[in-house]
Write a protein that binds this ligand. Sequence first.
Ligand SMILES: [Zn+2]
Length: 165
Amino acid sequence: MPLERYVMLDQTQLDIALAFALESRAAARSQAFALKAAQENRGPEARLFRALSASQSVAARRWLMLLRGKIGDTGQNLQEAFQEEMPWKLECYAQWQARTAGGPAKAFEQAGEIARRQEELYHGHSPSEETPYQVCAVCGCPALGPVTERCPVCGALPEKFQAVD
Ligand SMILES: [Zn+2]
């Protein structure tokens, strides 16, 4: 159970876990600020926030490495991401959705749907230059290949999907 990794920590490990959470949050927030700046046609500020987000993502990864130790090989990583973490995440979102009402319940429902679609990427076809992975910039819904319809999760316009190289 992945949660067990986080419940038997000493104070230093807790501090490192908090640093990881802080930097992860900051990275996501900077990315949102970059999108907002781009919408406002403020190119330099959009680039600044993208750089900040990239820097904070690296910091988050370093804290994660300290927290968990070495990263396994790709076979082990696929196992961890899709056999261990994904079912646990789906279960969490389902539980949180069930005990929540209103907007947050909808957000948990969408997060569960996105996790299911992330899982499908693993079982689906591989991407190529013509059919790269795409991600909805609004909700994070992943897809494979050109997107021509609204986001199936949040309803965003097709142009909100960005190719991932
Ligand atoms: Zn979306």
